[in-house]
Design a protein around this ligand. Structure first.
Ligand code: ZN
Length: 242
């Protein structure tokens, strides 16, 4: 079965719609969403409605927890904290209920979904092989998906325990090899930070995964952020993928 893996949508409805359309065209039958549905962007309620309507299997991220009172705002920079406060004000009761019902770690038939890492599902930025090794050591999964860094990344743990990490290239199938364990990050739908402004997501099926990048109407998402009175930097950064 083809599964589309999405992360860090961050209330960017334009990016989410472009990704859902592409994933549907690629035959996605199921959606995994790795948290940070909200924060930064101007469409938190519409994003939650879309993902709920897609029957997505979701976990929460640090921004979702902060928006529902479950994570300390002092952890965030000024723009992120301002966006959380704005989000908390505009979230509908139904959206708040959806977010409050999510956990930052979920086991889906042996496949692990985490926002940050296995070691710290909420807040750890999994960026290097030492940190990945710690997560591989904590649970006996073969495949885990993580988000939070907004960078498309793979960490692989070979049968001899050696851990390798690299950037996931676009459109090039990654074979999932028997005996090798994987931690995969699909990049960010709503706020990519690898210098490429296009939305990022992963398509997975038995034996392999492919990273896809999708253009979306960035100007429309930027305009909504400015009109909502959110920090202008949150609009500006979308254009440069940072
Ligand atoms: Zn995020």
């Amino acid at each position: 079965m083809r599964v589309a893996v999405l992360s860090d949508v961050h209330a960017n409805l334009e990016a989410l719609d472009a990704v859902l359309e592409r994933a549907d065209a690629l035959g996605a039958r199921r959606f995994f969403v790795l948290g940070d549905l909200v924060g930064y962007g101007a469409d938190p309620n519409a994003v939650i409605e879309r993902l709920t309507a897609s029957d997505a299997t979701m976990i929460c991220g640090n921004h979702d927890l902060a928006a529902t009172g479950g994570f300390d705002l002092s952890w965030f920079n000024d723009a992120a904290a301002a966006a959380i406060e704005w989000t908390t004000r505009v979230l509908s009761a139904a959206s708040t209920e959806v977010l409050a019902g999510l956990s930052p770690l979920r086991d889906v038939d042996g496949t692990l979904l985490v926002h940050g890492s296995v070691r710290d599902p909420v807040a750890e930025y999994l960026l290097g092989t030492d940190d990945a090794r710690a997560s591989f050591g904590l649970r006996g999964f073969d495949l885990a998906f993580f988000g939070h860094t907004h960078l498309p990344t793979v960490f692989a743990c070979d049968p001899d325990g050696r851990v390798r990490g690299w950037v996931l290239p676009e459109d090039r199938p990654l074979p999932i090899e028997p005996g090798v364990r994987y931690l995969l990050n699909p990049g960010s739908v709503g706020q990519p930070r690898d210098g490429d402004a296009r939305a990022s997501f992963l398509m997975c099926e038995e034996g392999g995964a492919v990273l896809h990048r999708v253009r979306y109407p960035i100007e429309r998402a930027q305009r909504k952020i400015r009109e909502a009175g959110l920090p202008a930097w949150l609009a500006d950064r979308l254009a440069v993928g940072q």
